[in-house]
Ligand binder design. Structure first.
Ligand SMILES: [Zn+2]
Length: 73
């Protein structure tokens, strides 16, 4: 039964790491600067509209997190 225990450990580890920081607020996506690979969660951005990239100052691009909408249309 060593294998079962290992799988359980992996599941527990992965679920606890994905829940970290997102348990209270639900994020709809994140802002990206593709040039700098900078990423800002929408929850971390005050107000509405895209923020400026902290690296290059360009307007960041909003990207919905996959799986949060569930609509493919
Ligand atoms: Zn940038």
């Amino acid at each position: 039964m060593g294998l079962l225990n290992t799988v359980k450990d992996v599941l527990a580890a992965s679920s606890s790491s994905t829940n970290r920081g997102t348990s209270t607020n639900e994020s709809k996506g994140a802002y990206w600067c593709h040039d700098c690979s900078e990423r800002l969660l929408d929850l971390d951005v005050p107000g509405e509209g895209p923020p400026a990239c902290p690296e290059c100052g360009d307007e960041m691009e909003f990207e919905r997190s996959p799986g949060s909408t569930g609509c493919a249309c």
